[in-house]
Design a protein. Structure first.
Length: 314
């Protein structure tokens, strides 16, 4: 509960609704208690301690701090990494850990450490609830990221492409937009409008396009020299730009979902140099502003970065 209060206090503080000193005090108190508990041999069986560690890790990520909880895997028993979790509470904690690790891995281009098995996701295309279909593509995004940072997995590229195509073909019809409108440059609309019925459809499709981006920029068949290299670069840039715009269109059309706009902000920052059109740059910058205003997610550093890339502002 202390971890919940600490994270909530920080969020309210970002909105100017809570005292920053009290927010920091809640965080430090929870951190102190958590560190003390690590000396207790019974702690590794306590799901609530794992959940608290995950929440504080998210808070440190929001604060752009890496001081204490980045080692949250210390709260996982080694034997738990060998099989699926036995409780839904622990499963939810593992999945939250994975989502956090995916974000950090993509931004920092660093290897993943949490085994996929602990998330207990059926990776087949058998009939299943839409939430499972969303998690199937999230886990595939994990596989794509693992490939991108590990050169020893080079032979898996085409398997990854085949799975992505198969998921798109087999996904339920509910993953199709309930409303889609293309951008209208003349009308001043530079992002598509893409509405979905449920949050799981939003998250699933955003991860589908994240997969496409990761695979596009890591294609082992892309020429590295010769006349075809420029053509290949232009093709990749076009693919990436299209996916970024669709991710941002999905996120802004379903703006009540924080994770959608957070993913959009991440991909804008990572792909900023591929956009040269001023109107599109302005629309993407607005997504960063919207993410901060609606959900208090810290995008100030991202805004400064893209302004430097696009406008030369420091």
């Amino acid at each position: 509960m202390k971890a919940v209060c600490a994270l909530s206090a920080w969020h309210l503080c970002r909105q100017g609704k809570f005292d920053e000193g009290q927010s920091n005090a809640l965080y430090q108190q929870c951190l102190t208690d958590l560190i003390a508990l690590t000396a207790d041999p019974r702690v590794d069986a306590d799901d609530s301690v794992l959940a608290a560690a995950v929440l504080l890790h998210v808070l440190e990520e929001l604060q752009e701090s890496r001081g204490h909880i980045t080692g949250f895997r210390g709260f996982i028993r080694p034997e738990d990494l060998e099989h699926a979790p036995t409780s839904s509470f622990r499963l939810a904690a593992y999945r939250a850990m994975l989502r956090s690790e995916l974000h950090v891995s993509f931004v920092n281009q660093q290897p993943l450490t949490l085994p996929a098995e602990v998330c207990n996701v059926d990776r087949t295309f058998d009939p299943a609830p839409d939430e499972i279909w969303a998690w199937r593509i999230i886990m595939h995004y994990r596989d794509c990221l693992a490939y991108s940072v590990d050169p020893t997995l080079g032979d898996k590229y085409f398997q990854l492409c085949q799975y992505l195509d198969a998921w798109a073909e087999a996904r339920p019809g509910s993953f199709l937009p309930i409303l889609e409108e293309s951008p209208s440059i003349d009308g001043g609309m530079h992002l598509p409008e893409i509405w979905y019925m449920n949050d799981c459809h939003v998250i699933g499709m955003i991860h589908f396009y994240l997969c496409r981006i990761v695979l596009a920029v890591n294609n082992p068949r892309s020429p590295t020299i010769g006349l075809r290299r420029r053509s290949a670069i232009e093709k990749t840039d076009t693919e990436v730009r299209d996916c970024v715009l669709r991710i941002c269109g999905i996120a802004t059309s379903n703006e009540s979902l924080p994770s959608g706009l957070i993913a959009a902000s991440m991909i804008i920052t990572m792909c900023a140099e591929r956009f040269t059109d001023l109107a599109t740059q302005s629309a993407l910058e607005h997504v960063l502003v919207l993410t901060r205003e609606l959900h208090a997610w810290p995008t100030e550093a991202a805004q400064s970065y893209v302004r430097c890339v696009w406008y030369g502002q420091h």
